[in-house]
Design a protein around this ligand. Structure first.
Ligand code: ADP
Ligand code: MG
Length: 511
């Protein structure tokens, strides 16, 4: 194979387009169509689905980098479980972010209120995703895996990602061998990807750990979601995976974040069991064992104080949360920066506090994935970062990030100095400055809304992990790696979110 992925003839592209489109629709590799695809009143019953954006071929990805990222995941799970247990450290981080960040401030207030009355649930569920890019200093140098961010809330696309791997496997078997620049069957190295099943298994572990419901009601899992979710099938696949277990049966309900207070209550007594009253089935009540949040990660879900009351209501309940407020705060970019910032040789590293065997292979592996990230405060590192961020030349190698999730919030390269000038200097410490990772050039073709776009692409690997732990005993009750995600975007785009419309789904051909 001289060139990979190969150029295809117009006839071949058309054929692949048709095959992918039908496979995607037949197998639920789909999203709800964006409004741009149909007129406002064309789908009043909400029955339409469309293939998610996809690459025609699995992108080449360095095997060594892939294997490392997969191997590190369980250490990362443990690291973030430990950080979630360190309330004092997180309190300091929140203080450093500062009260100019209303969202983090309010979130922390929820934790403080529950702390005051005492938590009734000490078990936590993490469905994590650690995101990476391959970094190459220059042509010829060895590629290294570098972390973009670590997600502790609403890590998406695990439901669609295993499907994407299946699609590419199918094409490798049926279509690629027929191309003029043919790819022989069995020559692509396509790693197994059990992301949907793996994430569902994590939820199931927490469901079992919850134990026997004490109210006498049957227990259930709540998927806490946003209204108008277009990426619903990604979430549905996890539900369907959960139903593959014979025992225990895991009833799942989708609940809008905005309807928490209407549809749930706390049981009388001191144990604060969370009860779910499905509005469609007034004769039934469930005791909620697990709340899996696919919402609540950004200010948009908290339009007023009652939304914060709803989050507090959940947080103080006995349901196992994925995530708790503490785990959500552990996933802030500020925490990532604090872990990364080099310490003077005399003082112990923060990482060493959570992974006590500092010199062990797994701890140094985790450290090897770090890229330089700086605070924008008045510390020595912060002052250096302020110089970089306000310099029209130096800033070109960096991205500025606020404490937000979900895409579309970062400020890139030359836009950084003007942006900083536009906000009060007192707010700067709520941002972090991160060196840009520069991945090697890869080509591929993206099928988006029925159109093909061929060109340079940038790939971002996400590795899923599931973890159940006890905040009080600090015991890890379950820890597993759970498949992967490859997201690919055109190399002219800064942001890579698939749901945000910039990126697309992909899988790895290990090289
Ligand atoms: P979010 O929480 O909004 O997903 P991320 O930190 O993941 O924020 O950044 C969004 C996107 O920006 C990433 O998916 C990636 O494409 C790009 N990006 C972020 N940090 C870097 C970096 N250090 N180098 C290169 N690209 C980056
Ligand atoms: Mg991200």
């Amino acid at each position: 194979m001289s060139e990979y992925p190969p150029e295809t003839t117009p006839g071949e592209s058309g054929r692949l387009k048709g095959v992918i489109k039908d496979w995607a629709l037949a197998n639920g590799l789909t999203v709800r169509p964006p409004p741009s695809l149909h007129s406002a009143n064309a789908d009043p019953a909400g029955i339409l689905a469309t293939p998610v954006s996809l690459t025609l071929f699995p992108s080449p990805f360095p095997r060594a980098c892939f294997d490392q990222a997969a191997t590190f995941q369980k250490t990362y799970n443990k690291l973030y479980a430990s950080i979630s247990q360190d309330e004092e450290f997180l309190a300091r981080v929140v203080k450093e972010i500062g009260d100019s960040d209303d969202f983090i401030t309010e979130l922390w207030r929820v934790h403080l209120r529950v702390k005051e009355e005492g938590y009734v649930q000490h078990k936590c569920l993490g469905l994590f995703r650690s995101d990476y890019m391959v970094h190459q200093d220059g042509a010829g140098s060895a590629p290294k895996i570098k972390q973009v961010e670590f997600n502790t809330i609403a890590s998406s696309f695990g439901g669609l990602s295993s499907q994407t791997s299946q699609l590419h496997k199918y094409l490798a078997s049926t279509e690629y061998p027929l191309l003029e620049k043919s790819i022989k069957r069995g020559t692509l190295q396509l790693p197994a990807n059990g992301s949907a099943g793996g994430l569902a298994a994590g939820i199931r572990h927490a469901f079992v750990e919850y134990g026997t419901p004490s109210t006498g009601y049957q227990k259930c899992v709540i998927f806490l979601v946003q209204g108008g979710e277009r990426n619903i099938f990604d979430q549905r696949h996890l539900e369907y995976e959960l139903q593959k277990y014979e025992e225990p049966q895991v009833p799942v309900f989708r609940l809008l974040f905005s309807e928490i207070l209407q549809c749930t209550s706390l049981a009388d007594g001191l144990r604060r069991q969370l009860l779910y009253h499905p509005p469609e089935f007034p004769a039934h009540t469930f005791e909620v064992a697990v709340v899996y949040m696919r919402s609540g990660y950004g200010p948009g879900d908290y339009p007023d104080q009652s939304a914060w009351e709803a989050r507090y209501h959940l947080e103080r309940s006995a349901a196992i949360k994925c995530p708790t407020v503490l785990t959500q705060v552990a996933g802030t970019k500020k925490v990532q920066q604090v872990l990364t910032t080099p310490k003077p040789p005399s003082s112990p590293s923060i990482l060493g506090r959570y992974l006590p065997d500092e010199d062990s292979a797994s701890t140094s592996s985790v450290r090897s994935t770090f890229t330089n990230i700086y605070p924008l405060d008045e510390t020595t590192a912060g002052v250096k970062a302020r110089q970089i961020a306000t310099d029209p030349e130096l800033c070109k190698g960096y991205v500025l990030k606020p404490q937000r999730e979900g895409g579309g919030n970062n400020i890139y390269r030359s836009a950084i100095p003007a942006f900083l000038k536009s906000i009060p200097e007192a707010h700067w410490p709520s941002y972090i400055l991160m060196e840009l990772i520069t991945p090697p050039a890869v080509k591929n073709t993206i099928l988006r809304n029925g159109n093909l776009e061929r060109g340079g692409v940038i790939c971002e690997l996400g590795v899923y992990g599931t973890c159940v732990w006890d905040q009080q005993s600090k015991n890890i009750l379950h820890n597993a790696q759970a498949g992967y995600l490859l997201r690919t975007k055109g190399d002219q785009s800064e942001e890579g979110g698939v749901a945000a419309g910039f990126g697309c789904m992909d899988s790895c051909n290990l090289v």
